[in-house]
Ligand binder design. Structure first.
Ligand SMILES: Cc1cc2nc3c(=O)[nH]c(=O)nc-3n(C[C@H](O)[C@H](O)[C@H](O)COP(=O)(O)OP(=O)(O)OC[C@H]3O[C@@H](n4cnc5c(N)ncnc54)[C@H](O)[C@@H]3O)c2cc1C
Length: 426
């Protein structure tokens, strides 16, 4: 009987296991997870921390026991893998146990990155894992924080800022980048969002790094607050500090001499790494970016699911492929919806469509006669169709909307003329 190992049991690992069984494989599957919890959805952690979701709500696939029995898997929970030796396909756990396999999937995701200079701050928060969510949840339940500095104006940072704002905490959102959602939004769209955030009473400190933070404690050693120093020399006194500075792909269990690693583990369209029989999927890997043709980490839930399914099907002996994805972000915060589709660094002619009656704003960037990106504010209904349109164009599959798509876009408030334009531009 073939023996498979899946290392890391998040979205990618779960979908790989499902695909292995759906492909009819009867291989034995060992799943290594460094937590004792079932796979969780990191997108839901801020909802739990805000008290808007029960604890169990973060685990969309059921308990570990249910999953293990549903898919006949052996889950080795609460056990971190220390190393994977690609040459002999061996998995080495922290306690020194070694097992060899026919095929191995690395699905270790990513972890929050906290620069060394902030590493000693014992009371600062970050937001990636269930443990992070529990820590923040318990802190805001136990104490009313008058003010907070949230570092990192990303999709994660804004969700943390939102939950604190809704608790009545005065929030300063800080980022080294000049604007919010630096990796997804066009400057004009960022400015609209920033104006709204300021109008709500939040402060913004963009375009400068946080250079240092001093932690203050009372006589019992409890953290009472921080003095945060910004690059321009200004100082903010705050009771709470949240660091959402970025993430790093969890690739440390592989030897870069054996497996090609850049920012993430480099994979082909079958999710195979440079080492035979070793696959990777999800936030730990670099799959194809359809727009650039380069491999890139595309750290999105749906992407991790697709990559996991492709890897699982191929481990089971199938011939599954994914030609890649585009950068896309869809987020709801502070009664706004922001959708960014495509690489926002690509410049071209900019077209703006404002529907005051339906209350939404759309910006399209057109390069060489083709749409290369969209930003949408307050209309998530059109995002799926525009994403599919962008992907079809990139795949060279034509550029017209179907009558159903046109109907849908009209329903959500887009004018025929603008749709014609998005087609005629190609
Ligand atoms: C707060 C937050 C908000 C987000 N919002 C969105 C959003 O709005 N839309 C969207 O599309 N995406 C969003 N994402 C990203 C999305 O959640 C991820 O892309 C997706 O969960 C990645 O899945 P994964 O399986 O690759 O990794 P993970 O979910 O990180 O799972 C990896 C697992 O591997 C385990 N592991 C790591 N190392 C080892 C080891 N050595 N041994 C054993 N186990 C190990 C980890 O503990 C973890 O359980 C968000 C993420 C966060 C943190």
């Amino acid at each position: 009987m073939e023996r498979f190992a899946i290392i890391g049991f998040g979205c990618a690992g779960y979908h790989a296991l499902e695909a292995i069984r759906q492909s009819g494989s009867r291989a034995s599957v060992d799943i290594y997870s460094n937590t004792a919890m079932p796979p969780y959805n990191p997108m839901l952690t801020t909802y739990y921390a805000a008290g808007r979701l029960p604890f169990e709500g973060m685990f969309p696939f059921g308990s570990l026991e249910e999953i293990a029995s549903r898919y006949d898997a052996h889950v080795i929970a609460g056990t971190a893998v220390k190393a994977v030796r690609a040459a002999d396909k061996a998995v080495v756990t922290e306690d020194g146990t070694e097992r060899t396999y026919d095929k191995i999937l690395i699905a270790t995701g990513a972890s929050a990155f906290v620069p060394g200079s902030f590493g000693g701050l014992k009371g600062a928060f970050c937001m990636r894992t269930v443990e992070d969510a529990v820590k923040l949840h318990d802190a805001v339940a136990a104490r009313h924080y008058k003010n907070a500095v949230v570092v990192g104006a990303s999709m994660v940072g804004i969700k943390v800022a939102e939950l604190l704002y809704k608790q009545g905490t005065h929030v300063t959102l800080a980022d080294m980048a000049p604007h919010i959602f630096a990796l997804a939004a066009y400057p004009e769209v960022s400015e609209i969002i920033e104006e709204r955030i300021r109008a709500m009473g939040m402060d913004i400190a963009f375009g400068q790094a946080i250079t240092a933070a001093e932690e203050h404690c009372d006589e019992q050693g409890n953290v009472t607050g921080y003095t945060v120093h910004l690059g321009d020399g200004s100082v903010i006194e705050t009771e709470m500090l949240v660091l959402n500075i970025g993430t790093r792909a969890a690739t440390g269990i592989l030897d870069p001499e054996e497996v090609r690693i850049e920012r993430g583990i480099v994979v082909d369209e079958k999710m195979q790494t440079s080492a035979e029989g070793i696959y990777a999927a999800g936030d730990c890997c670099q799959g194809n970016n359809l727009q650039s043709g380069q491999t890139q980490i595309i750290g999105l839930w749906a992407n991790a699911g697709v990559q996991g399914r492709v890897a699982g099907a191929n481990m089971a002996g199938g011939q599954a492929e994914t030609d890649g994805n585009i950068l896309h972000n869809i987020t709801h915060f502070l009664d706004m919806d922001f959708i960014g589709l495509g690489d926002n660094r690509i410049t071209g002619d900019t077209y703006t469509y404002v529907n005051r009656e339906k209350g939404f704003y759309l910006q399209a960037v057109i390069k060489d006669g083709r749409p290369v990106g969209f930003n949408i504010l307050d209309n998530y209904g059109i995002s799926g169709i525009l994403k599919a349109h962008l992907i079809k164009i990139l795949r060279g599959e034509g550029c017209t909307f179907t009558p159903e798509q046109r109907g849908q876009l009209m329903h959500y408030g887009l004018e025929q003329g603008f749709m014609d334009y998005l087609e005629a531009a190609v």
